[in-house]
Design a binder for this molecule. Structure first.
Ligand SMILES: *[C@@H]1O[C@H](CO)[C@@H](O)[C@H](O)[C@H]1NC(C)=O
Ligand SMILES: *[C@@H]1O[C@H](CO)[C@@H](O)[C@H](O)[C@H]1NC(C)=O
Ligand SMILES: *[C@@H]1O[C@H](CO)[C@@H](O)[C@H](O)[C@H]1NC(C)=O
Ligand SMILES: *[C@@H]1O[C@H](CO)[C@@H](O)[C@H](O)[C@H]1NC(C)=O
Length: 347
Protein backbone atom coordinates (compact mmCIF):
# COMPACT_ATOMS: atom_id res chain seq x y z
CA UNK A 1 0.00 0.00 0.00
CA UNK A 2 1.28 3.43 -0.69
CA UNK A 3 0.21 6.71 0.61
CA UNK A 4 0.95 10.01 -0.94
CA UNK A 5 0.20 13.42 0.28
CA UNK A 6 -0.09 15.67 -2.66
CA UNK A 7 -1.70 18.68 -1.28
CA UNK A 8 -1.13 19.90 2.19
CA UNK A 9 -1.50 23.58 2.69
CA UNK A 10 -0.43 24.23 6.19
CA UNK A 11 -0.96 27.56 7.80
CA UNK A 12 -0.52 26.83 11.43
CA UNK A 13 -1.30 29.35 14.07
CA UNK A 14 -0.34 27.83 17.34
CA UNK A 15 -1.98 28.83 20.51
CA UNK A 16 -0.02 26.98 23.08
CA UNK A 17 -1.22 26.52 26.56
CA UNK A 18 0.57 24.36 29.02
CA UNK A 19 -1.78 23.14 31.63
CA UNK A 20 -1.29 20.88 34.54
CA UNK A 21 -4.43 18.92 34.98
CA UNK A 22 -5.09 17.55 38.39
CA UNK A 23 -8.60 16.35 38.62
CA UNK A 24 -9.60 13.21 40.38
CA UNK A 25 -12.84 12.28 38.75
CA UNK A 26 -13.90 8.67 38.97
CA UNK A 27 -15.10 7.88 35.50
CA UNK A 28 -15.62 10.56 32.91
CA UNK A 29 -16.09 10.42 29.22
CA UNK A 30 -14.04 13.25 27.88
CA UNK A 31 -11.25 13.09 25.38
CA UNK A 32 -8.28 14.16 27.52
CA UNK A 33 -4.62 13.48 27.18
CA UNK A 34 -3.24 11.37 30.02
CA UNK A 35 -6.53 9.67 30.83
CA UNK A 36 -6.83 5.93 30.59
CA UNK A 37 -9.28 3.69 28.79
CA UNK A 38 -9.81 -0.05 28.50
CA UNK A 39 -9.52 -1.00 24.83
CA UNK A 40 -10.97 -4.46 25.40
CA UNK A 41 -14.44 -3.47 26.59
CA UNK A 42 -15.48 -2.44 23.09
CA UNK A 43 -12.80 -4.21 21.07
CA UNK A 44 -14.00 -4.44 17.46
CA UNK A 45 -16.59 -1.73 18.04
CA UNK A 46 -14.57 1.24 19.30
CA UNK A 47 -16.35 3.64 16.97
CA UNK A 48 -19.48 3.14 19.07
CA UNK A 49 -17.86 5.35 21.70
CA UNK A 50 -15.42 7.36 19.57
CA UNK A 51 -16.63 9.40 16.61
CA UNK A 52 -14.25 8.40 13.86
CA UNK A 53 -16.55 7.17 11.14
CA UNK A 54 -20.26 7.76 11.57
CA UNK A 55 -23.13 7.61 9.15
CA UNK A 56 -25.53 9.96 10.84
CA UNK A 57 -25.36 13.16 12.82
CA UNK A 58 -28.12 12.53 15.31
CA UNK A 59 -25.69 12.66 18.23
CA UNK A 60 -23.10 15.34 18.75
CA UNK A 61 -20.65 13.68 21.12
CA UNK A 62 -17.08 13.12 19.90
CA UNK A 63 -15.94 10.71 22.59
CA UNK A 64 -17.94 8.85 25.18
CA UNK A 65 -15.61 6.07 26.19
CA UNK A 66 -15.28 6.02 30.01
CA UNK A 67 -11.87 7.27 31.15
CA UNK A 68 -9.94 7.31 34.42
CA UNK A 69 -7.22 9.49 35.89
CA UNK A 70 -4.16 7.42 36.60
CA UNK A 71 -1.35 9.93 36.63
CA UNK A 72 -1.01 13.22 38.46
CA UNK A 73 0.74 16.41 37.38
CA UNK A 74 1.10 15.69 33.68
CA UNK A 75 1.92 18.54 31.32
CA UNK A 76 -0.29 18.70 28.28
CA UNK A 77 0.32 20.69 25.13
CA UNK A 78 -2.85 21.85 23.42
CA UNK A 79 -2.95 23.71 20.13
CA UNK A 80 -5.84 25.06 18.16
CA UNK A 81 -5.37 25.19 14.43
CA UNK A 82 -6.65 28.45 13.14
CA UNK A 83 -6.40 29.65 9.67
CA UNK A 84 -5.73 33.36 9.31
CA UNK A 85 -4.83 33.22 5.64
CA UNK A 86 -8.13 31.84 4.37
CA UNK A 87 -6.79 28.75 2.63
CA UNK A 88 -7.48 25.16 3.61
CA UNK A 89 -5.77 23.95 6.69
CA UNK A 90 -5.41 20.26 6.62
CA UNK A 91 -4.39 17.37 4.57
CA UNK A 92 -5.44 15.78 1.29
CA UNK A 93 -4.29 12.28 0.62
CA UNK A 94 -5.07 9.13 -1.30
CA UNK A 95 -4.20 5.64 -0.29
CA UNK A 96 -4.06 2.53 -2.48
CA UNK A 97 -5.51 -0.57 -0.87
CA UNK A 98 -5.16 -4.00 -2.43
CA UNK A 99 -8.02 -5.41 -0.38
CA UNK A 100 -10.62 -4.70 2.30
CA UNK A 101 -8.21 -5.16 5.21
CA UNK A 102 -5.90 -2.54 3.72
CA UNK A 103 -8.85 -0.22 3.27
CA UNK A 104 -9.69 -0.49 6.98
CA UNK A 105 -6.05 -0.02 7.80
CA UNK A 106 -5.94 3.08 5.59
CA UNK A 107 -8.95 4.72 7.20
CA UNK A 108 -7.55 4.10 10.69
CA UNK A 109 -3.90 4.77 9.82
CA UNK A 110 -3.63 7.59 12.33
CA UNK A 111 -4.98 5.46 15.18
CA UNK A 112 -2.29 3.75 17.19
CA UNK A 113 -2.67 1.47 20.17
CA UNK A 114 0.67 0.53 21.68
CA UNK A 115 1.52 -3.17 21.48
CA UNK A 116 -1.38 -3.82 19.13
CA UNK A 117 -0.10 -4.76 15.68
CA UNK A 118 -3.45 -4.18 13.95
CA UNK A 119 -5.09 -1.32 15.84
CA UNK A 120 -7.72 -0.76 13.14
CA UNK A 121 -9.22 -4.12 14.05
CA UNK A 122 -10.22 -2.70 17.42
CA UNK A 123 -12.53 -0.43 15.43
CA UNK A 124 -13.62 -2.61 12.54
CA UNK A 125 -13.66 -6.28 13.58
CA UNK A 126 -17.23 -6.01 14.80
CA UNK A 127 -18.63 -4.57 11.56
CA UNK A 128 -20.68 -6.78 9.31
CA UNK A 129 -20.83 -6.09 5.59
CA UNK A 130 -23.93 -3.85 5.68
CA UNK A 131 -22.52 -1.59 8.39
CA UNK A 132 -19.14 -1.47 6.67
CA UNK A 133 -20.77 -0.47 3.40
CA UNK A 134 -22.80 2.25 5.06
CA UNK A 135 -19.80 3.64 6.88
CA UNK A 136 -17.59 3.63 3.81
CA UNK A 137 -20.32 4.94 1.52
CA UNK A 138 -20.21 2.03 -0.92
CA UNK A 139 -22.60 -0.74 -1.89
CA UNK A 140 -22.14 -3.85 0.25
CA UNK A 141 -21.63 -6.06 -2.80
CA UNK A 142 -18.21 -4.38 -3.09
CA UNK A 143 -17.36 -5.36 0.46
CA UNK A 144 -18.23 -9.00 -0.03
CA UNK A 145 -16.55 -9.39 -3.42
CA UNK A 146 -12.86 -9.43 -4.23
CA UNK A 147 -11.96 -5.84 -5.11
CA UNK A 148 -9.27 -3.23 -4.61
CA UNK A 149 -9.86 0.29 -3.38
CA UNK A 150 -8.50 3.80 -3.32
CA UNK A 151 -9.37 5.92 -0.32
CA UNK A 152 -9.31 9.66 -0.97
CA UNK A 153 -9.57 11.82 2.09
CA UNK A 154 -9.49 15.51 2.95
CA UNK A 155 -9.00 16.26 6.61
CA UNK A 156 -9.48 19.57 8.35
CA UNK A 157 -7.64 19.67 11.67
CA UNK A 158 -9.12 21.71 14.49
CA UNK A 159 -7.48 20.74 17.78
CA UNK A 160 -4.36 18.90 18.75
CA UNK A 161 -3.30 17.77 22.18
CA UNK A 162 -0.43 15.68 23.37
CA UNK A 163 1.64 14.99 26.43
CA UNK A 164 4.46 17.43 26.52
CA UNK A 165 6.99 14.71 27.28
CA UNK A 166 6.96 10.93 27.70
CA UNK A 167 5.73 9.84 31.13
CA UNK A 168 8.85 9.30 33.27
CA UNK A 169 9.22 6.27 35.57
CA UNK A 170 8.79 8.45 38.65
CA UNK A 171 5.52 10.06 37.53
CA UNK A 172 3.09 10.62 40.40
CA UNK A 173 0.29 8.08 40.43
CA UNK A 174 -3.19 8.59 41.83
CA UNK A 175 -3.07 6.99 45.34
CA UNK A 176 -6.03 4.67 44.77
CA UNK A 177 -4.38 3.37 41.61
CA UNK A 178 -1.02 3.01 43.34
CA UNK A 179 -2.67 0.79 45.99
CA UNK A 180 -4.03 -1.47 43.27
CA UNK A 181 -0.66 -1.60 41.54
CA UNK A 182 0.81 -2.88 44.80
CA UNK A 183 -1.65 -5.73 44.62
CA UNK A 184 -0.63 -6.80 41.14
CA UNK A 185 1.56 -9.85 41.54
CA UNK A 186 4.16 -11.01 39.08
CA UNK A 187 2.88 -14.27 37.57
CA UNK A 188 -0.74 -13.69 38.62
CA UNK A 189 -2.84 -13.06 35.49
CA UNK A 190 -6.05 -12.36 37.36
CA UNK A 191 -4.47 -9.49 39.30
CA UNK A 192 -3.53 -7.77 36.03
CA UNK A 193 -6.91 -8.38 34.43
CA UNK A 194 -8.58 -6.89 37.50
CA UNK A 195 -6.33 -3.85 37.26
CA UNK A 196 -7.25 -3.43 33.57
CA UNK A 197 -10.93 -3.79 34.28
CA UNK A 198 -10.80 -1.11 36.92
CA UNK A 199 -8.28 1.35 35.47
CA UNK A 200 -7.88 0.52 31.81
CA UNK A 201 -5.17 -0.79 29.54
CA UNK A 202 -3.85 2.33 27.80
CA UNK A 203 -3.69 6.08 28.26
CA UNK A 204 -4.25 8.81 25.69
CA UNK A 205 -0.89 10.18 24.61
CA UNK A 206 -2.13 12.45 21.82
CA UNK A 207 -5.10 13.19 19.63
CA UNK A 208 -6.26 15.44 16.81
CA UNK A 209 -9.88 16.37 16.28
CA UNK A 210 -11.58 18.06 13.35
CA UNK A 211 -13.52 16.56 10.50
CA UNK A 212 -12.92 15.06 7.09
CA UNK A 213 -14.52 14.16 3.81
CA UNK A 214 -13.65 10.87 2.19
CA UNK A 215 -14.59 8.75 -0.78
CA UNK A 216 -13.86 5.14 -1.62
CA UNK A 217 -13.22 4.23 -5.27
CA UNK A 218 -13.69 0.53 -6.00
CA UNK A 219 -11.68 -1.15 -8.77
CA UNK A 220 -11.51 -4.58 -10.25
CA UNK A 221 -8.09 -6.17 -9.91
CA UNK A 222 -7.13 -5.52 -13.50
CA UNK A 223 -7.76 -1.78 -13.57
CA UNK A 224 -6.33 -1.36 -10.10
CA UNK A 225 -3.18 -3.11 -11.23
CA UNK A 226 -3.00 -0.73 -14.14
CA UNK A 227 -3.10 2.39 -11.94
CA UNK A 228 -0.60 0.92 -9.52
CA UNK A 229 1.77 0.16 -12.34
CA UNK A 230 1.56 3.76 -13.50
CA UNK A 231 2.20 5.05 -10.00
CA UNK A 232 5.07 2.70 -9.35
CA UNK A 233 7.16 4.36 -11.96
CA UNK A 234 6.22 7.96 -11.38
CA UNK A 235 4.21 8.50 -8.19
CA UNK A 236 0.94 10.30 -7.56
CA UNK A 237 2.47 13.72 -8.08
CA UNK A 238 3.13 12.91 -11.69
CA UNK A 239 -0.51 12.14 -12.42
CA UNK A 240 -1.99 14.87 -14.51
CA UNK A 241 -5.41 16.29 -13.84
CA UNK A 242 -6.79 14.33 -16.75
CA UNK A 243 -5.17 11.13 -15.43
CA UNK A 244 -6.94 11.70 -12.15
CA UNK A 245 -10.23 12.22 -13.93
CA UNK A 246 -9.77 9.20 -16.13
CA UNK A 247 -8.70 6.72 -13.48
CA UNK A 248 -11.21 7.83 -10.89
CA UNK A 249 -14.23 7.92 -13.11
CA UNK A 250 -17.22 5.62 -13.65
CA UNK A 251 -15.81 4.28 -16.92
CA UNK A 252 -12.64 3.04 -15.24
CA UNK A 253 -13.60 2.34 -11.63
CA UNK A 254 -16.05 -0.45 -10.84
CA UNK A 255 -17.94 1.74 -8.40
CA UNK A 256 -17.66 5.25 -6.98
CA UNK A 257 -18.60 5.52 -3.34
CA UNK A 258 -20.54 8.52 -2.15
CA UNK A 259 -18.62 11.40 -0.63
CA UNK A 260 -18.96 10.87 3.09
CA UNK A 261 -18.18 12.98 6.12
CA UNK A 262 -16.39 11.40 9.11
CA UNK A 263 -18.78 12.83 11.66
CA UNK A 264 -21.76 11.87 9.50
CA UNK A 265 -22.73 15.57 9.22
CA UNK A 266 -25.57 15.59 6.70
CA UNK A 267 -25.24 19.33 5.95
CA UNK A 268 -21.66 18.80 4.83
CA UNK A 269 -22.58 15.69 2.85
CA UNK A 270 -25.33 17.58 1.03
CA UNK A 271 -22.86 20.35 0.24
CA UNK A 272 -20.49 17.76 -1.22
CA UNK A 273 -23.27 16.31 -3.31
CA UNK A 274 -24.07 19.69 -4.81
CA UNK A 275 -20.58 21.07 -5.23
CA UNK A 276 -18.45 18.08 -6.15
CA UNK A 277 -20.30 17.07 -9.30
CA UNK A 278 -18.30 16.39 -12.41
CA UNK A 279 -19.73 15.98 -15.87
CA UNK A 280 -17.76 14.15 -18.49
CA UNK A 281 -19.17 12.87 -21.73
CA UNK A 282 -22.41 11.20 -20.73
CA UNK A 283 -21.47 10.75 -17.12
CA UNK A 284 -22.34 12.90 -14.17
CA UNK A 285 -20.87 11.83 -10.87
CA UNK A 286 -19.50 13.11 -7.58
CA UNK A 287 -15.78 13.11 -6.97
CA UNK A 288 -13.69 14.38 -4.11
CA UNK A 289 -10.92 14.88 -6.64
CA UNK A 290 -12.76 17.97 -7.81
CA UNK A 291 -11.24 19.65 -4.76
CA UNK A 292 -7.78 19.09 -6.16
CA UNK A 293 -6.51 22.52 -7.07
CA UNK A 294 -9.80 24.28 -6.44
CA UNK A 295 -9.00 26.94 -3.88
CA UNK A 296 -12.56 28.27 -3.71
CA UNK A 297 -14.03 24.85 -2.88
CA UNK A 298 -11.27 24.18 -0.35
CA UNK A 299 -11.89 27.54 1.24
CA UNK A 300 -15.58 26.77 1.65
CA UNK A 301 -14.75 23.35 3.02
CA UNK A 302 -12.31 24.81 5.50
CA UNK A 303 -15.25 26.40 7.27
CA UNK A 304 -17.70 23.56 6.81
CA UNK A 305 -15.51 20.94 8.44
CA UNK A 306 -15.86 21.70 12.12
CA UNK A 307 -14.65 20.05 15.28
CA UNK A 308 -16.86 16.97 15.21
CA UNK A 309 -14.72 13.86 14.88
CA UNK A 310 -11.46 12.27 15.97
CA UNK A 311 -8.83 12.24 13.23
CA UNK A 312 -5.83 10.91 15.10
CA UNK A 313 -5.41 9.09 18.36
CA UNK A 314 -2.38 7.60 20.01
CA UNK A 315 -2.88 5.27 22.95
CA UNK A 316 0.06 4.09 25.01
CA UNK A 317 0.29 1.12 27.32
CA UNK A 318 -0.32 1.66 31.03
CA UNK A 319 2.78 -0.42 31.72
CA UNK A 320 4.53 2.85 32.52
CA UNK A 321 2.44 3.06 35.68
CA UNK A 322 4.27 0.01 37.04
CA UNK A 323 7.54 1.11 38.59
CA UNK A 324 8.66 -2.37 39.58
CA UNK A 325 10.40 -3.90 36.50
CA UNK A 326 9.05 -7.42 37.14
CA UNK A 327 5.46 -6.18 37.49
CA UNK A 328 5.84 -4.03 34.42
CA UNK A 329 7.13 -6.97 32.41
CA UNK A 330 4.27 -9.11 33.67
CA UNK A 331 1.75 -6.42 32.72
CA UNK A 332 3.23 -6.36 29.20
CA UNK A 333 2.94 -10.13 28.88
CA UNK A 334 -0.69 -10.24 30.00
CA UNK A 335 -1.59 -7.28 27.74
CA UNK A 336 0.09 -8.93 24.79
CA UNK A 337 -1.68 -12.25 25.37
CA UNK A 338 -5.05 -10.58 25.80
CA UNK A 339 -4.60 -8.66 22.54
CA UNK A 340 -3.77 -11.88 20.72
CA UNK A 341 -6.81 -13.62 22.19
CA UNK A 342 -9.09 -10.82 20.99
CA UNK A 343 -7.56 -10.75 17.53
CA UNK A 344 -8.08 -14.48 17.13
CA UNK A 345 -11.56 -14.57 18.62
CA UNK A 346 -12.96 -11.73 16.54
CA UNK A 347 -11.78 -12.86 13.13
C1 LIG B 1 -26.97 6.85 14.18
O1 LIG B 1 -25.77 6.10 14.31
C2 LIG B 1 -25.62 5.47 15.57
C3 LIG B 1 -24.30 4.75 15.54
O2 LIG B 1 -23.30 5.56 15.01
C4 LIG B 1 -26.76 4.50 15.79
O3 LIG B 1 -26.65 3.95 17.07
C5 LIG B 1 -28.08 5.21 15.64
O4 LIG B 1 -29.15 4.29 15.72
C6 LIG B 1 -28.15 5.93 14.31
N1 LIG B 1 -29.39 6.70 14.20
C7 LIG B 1 -30.12 6.68 13.12
C8 LIG B 1 -31.34 7.54 13.16
O5 LIG B 1 -29.84 6.00 12.13
C1 LIG C 1 -25.99 -2.86 -4.68
O1 LIG C 1 -25.69 -3.43 -5.92
C2 LIG C 1 -26.59 -4.43 -6.32
C3 LIG C 1 -26.10 -5.02 -7.63
O2 LIG C 1 -24.76 -4.78 -7.83
C4 LIG C 1 -27.97 -3.85 -6.48
O3 LIG C 1 -28.88 -4.85 -6.82
C5 LIG C 1 -28.39 -3.19 -5.19
O4 LIG C 1 -29.61 -2.53 -5.34
C6 LIG C 1 -27.34 -2.21 -4.72
N1 LIG C 1 -27.70 -1.74 -3.40
C7 LIG C 1 -27.69 -0.46 -3.08
C8 LIG C 1 -28.07 -0.15 -1.67
O5 LIG C 1 -27.36 0.41 -3.87
C1 LIG D 1 -4.95 -6.06 48.05
O1 LIG D 1 -5.08 -7.44 48.27
C2 LIG D 1 -5.48 -7.76 49.59
C3 LIG D 1 -5.44 -9.27 49.72
O2 LIG D 1 -5.88 -9.93 48.58
C4 LIG D 1 -6.86 -7.19 49.85
O3 LIG D 1 -7.27 -7.49 51.15
C5 LIG D 1 -6.81 -5.69 49.64
O4 LIG D 1 -8.11 -5.16 49.75
C6 LIG D 1 -6.27 -5.38 48.28
N1 LIG D 1 -6.10 -3.95 48.14
C7 LIG D 1 -6.63 -3.26 47.16
C8 LIG D 1 -6.33 -1.80 47.15
O5 LIG D 1 -7.30 -3.77 46.28
C1 LIG E 1 -22.76 20.17 10.45
O1 LIG E 1 -21.88 21.10 9.87
C2 LIG E 1 -22.43 22.39 9.75
C3 LIG E 1 -21.41 23.20 8.95
O2 LIG E 1 -20.14 23.18 9.54
C4 LIG E 1 -22.70 22.95 11.12
O3 LIG E 1 -23.27 24.25 11.00
C5 LIG E 1 -23.67 22.02 11.84
O4 LIG E 1 -23.85 22.46 13.17
C6 LIG E 1 -23.14 20.61 11.84
N1 LIG E 1 -24.16 19.70 12.35
C7 LIG E 1 -23.97 18.86 13.34
C8 LIG E 1 -25.12 17.98 13.70
O5 LIG E 1 -22.92 18.79 13.95
Amino acid sequence: MRKERWLGIFALAFIITITTKECFGQSESLLRVGKSINVFIRYGYLSISMKVISYNDTERWIFKEPTRNIFQGLSVLETAENNPKGGFMGDFHMEFCDNKQQLFQAYFREFQIEDMASPWKAFTDGWHAEITAKKLGINSSYIIGDYSYVLVRVSRFRERARLQRPIPPNQLIDPSVAAKINNVTDGDTVSVLEFMKKFGTHYINSYVTGNSLYQVFVFNKRNYGHIKERLKSRGVLSLSKSDLYNFFAPWFAEHLGSVRCSSGNSTVERWAQRKLKLSYYLFTYNSLLKLHGSSSLLKALDELLGNEAILQLELKSLKVAFKDPDKRKWYEIVLDNTIKLWEVNMS
